[in-house]
Write a protein that binds this ligand. Structure first.
Ligand code: SAH
Ligand code: SF4
Ligand code: F3S
Length: 439
């Protein structure tokens, strides 16, 4: 067997795609290695979401190219979103043998065979129906407890700042039967948690003409596999998350009480420019609905600082929304203009970099205080935790997540990865609950 080494960048969907790629490469006689030095094939599964994501990958191409120059027969492949976006530009460097977009992975064996000196290979065609439904991913997680399952690909929204619709193509939903099969399969192999992945899971919609399945129904089917299998999902879109989905969560003990609901901005004027198709008030109403049906629901978000034309008032609106909602955690970014997007074509990127960073820092500071508040509010509570394994900081302790997604650590010499334990929260930081097992 030859050996393939893949570095994965970007979102969880890319992590899952890498698992699909390992499965396909297996058929072509490649097995997975985590050691770059022994690999015959070096790949990066790439991300284009912000300029700094791409800059990192240019650095990796240099490193891969050096390995290729020192060892005979080593191939370098760039796959994923940046492969899709830059296409020939990657081949033109002369440092890459293979370029494959997110819908071309089935052809990897064929493309690899066709590579010859001076004849690199590329396939960046996007598909309307590829979901890799029949391919069993080679799991690359380290704990054997929590698996990611893609339920859809692509995105039909046109958020003006976002490159994803261009790199991933149109939205398509995967056959629910294959999703349930995959979840059953990982459960039977000892996994105790699945995370259903899509850019906008609320618009999951599959039909074969007689049967039609939406996201709430999919959740019910996966939750029915076993009460011991936890179900998570990401990402929800504020414009599409339905009462039915929130009710379904509330009705099922094993659907985790956590929603990642990216807000992007607290200013309705900017949300409109971003083409998010909701207002500040709509977002706050969705949060109120979630909290009325699931009072303890964990809530996290994404925020962009310094989008085109953002005024100090727009920025204050974002801060006030974050203050009002009190997210447990947020991913916070400075706006990065992406070539080809609506925003790049229509609006000047006119908030100066220093000002963007100043605003981003304010957002980060505020979220730090809010996280600490949210975590402190858990002190004294009893929570059920799914053990993932030894804590990274202190191997004498175990770690795992509560239903609301908060990371818990606790001294324990008895339980193992995959066990459910009851803990009581004693203390916290702004990202970890420090707990003890309850008697
Ligand atoms: N589908 C998800 C998010 C996908 S991208 C959704 O709709 O929310 C993940 C996050 O990256 C986005 O939520 C956004 O906050 C951020 N992001 C996307 N494009 C960006 C850009 N051009 N500059 C900065 N951040 C961006
Ligand atoms: Fe990008 Fe918007 Fe689609 Fe999310 S919903 S992937 S932000 S276009
Ligand atoms: Fe990045 Fe592509 Fe995911 S751009 S965030 S890897 S969909």
């Amino acid at each position: 067997m030859k050996k393939a080494y893949i570095e994965t960048y970007g979102c969880q969907m890319n992590v899952n795609d890498t698992e699909v790629i390992f499965s396909i490469l297996g058929r072509a006689g490649y097995e997975r290695t985590e050691k770059m030095e022994e690999a015959d094939l070096l790949m990066a599964n790439t991300c284009s979401i912000r300029d700094n994501a791409e800059q990192r990958i240019w650095g990796r191409i240099e490193a891969f190219n050096q390995a290729r120059a020192t060892r005979e027969g080593v191939l370098v492949g760039i796959v994923g979103c940046m492969a899709e976006r830059l296409k020939n530009q990657l081949l033109d460097t002369g440092k890459v043998d293979l370029v494959a977009g997110p819908d071309a992975y089935r052809r990897l064996p064929e493309l690899l065979r066709a590579i010859h000196p001076g004849a690199p290979q590329m396939d960046v065609l996007l598909s309307r129906d590829e979901t890799y439904a029949d391919i069993t991913p080679v799991r690359t997680d380290r704990n054997g407890v929590s698996a990611f399952i893609s339920i859809m690909r692509g995105c039909n929204n046109v958020c003006s700042y976002c490159v994803v619709p261009y790199t991933r193509g149109v939205e398509r939903s995967r056959d629910p039967h294959s999703i349930v099969r995959e979840a059953c399969d990982v459960f039977s192999r000892g996994y105790r948690e699945v995370t259903l992945l899509g850019q906008n899971v609320d618009s999951y919609h599959w039909t074969d003409g007689t049967e039609t399945v939406g996201f709430a129904e999919l959740l019910r089917r996966v939750a029915a596999i076993s009460p011991l299998l936890r179900v998570r999902f990401a990402t929800s879109h504020p414009k599409d998350i339905s009462d039915e989905v929130i009710e379904t969560m509330a009705e099922h003990e094993n659907i985790c009480k956590h929603i990642h609901l990216p807000v992007q901005s607290g200013s309705t004027r900017l949300l409109e420019k971003m083409r998010r198709k909701y207002t500040r008030e709509w977002y706050l109403e969705r949060v109120a609905k979630i909290r009325s049906l699931i009072p303890d629901c964990g809530l996290t978000t994404d925020v962009i600082a310094g989008f085109c034309s953002e005024t100090p008032q727009d920025h204050r609106d974002t801060l006030s929304l974050m203050d009002q909602v009190g997210f447990d955690w947020a991913f916070m970014f400075a706006y990065s203009e992406r070539p080809g997007t609506l925003a790049a074509k229509q609006y000047p990127d006119d908030v100066p970099p220093e000002e963007k960073n100043r605003r981003l820092n304010e957002i980060i500071q505020l979220q730090g205080r809010k996280s600490l508040e949210r975590y402190r509010a858990q002190i004294g509570r009893r929570l059920q935790v799914l053990v993932e394994g030894p804590s990274k900081r202190n191997p004498a302790q175990l770690c795992g997540r509560a239903s609301n997604s908060m990371m818990c650590v606790f001294p324990d010499t008895v339980h193992r990865a995959g066990d459910y334990v009851d803990v009581v929260v004693k203390d916290c930081t702004s990202a970890t609950l420090i707990c003890e097992l309850t008697a």
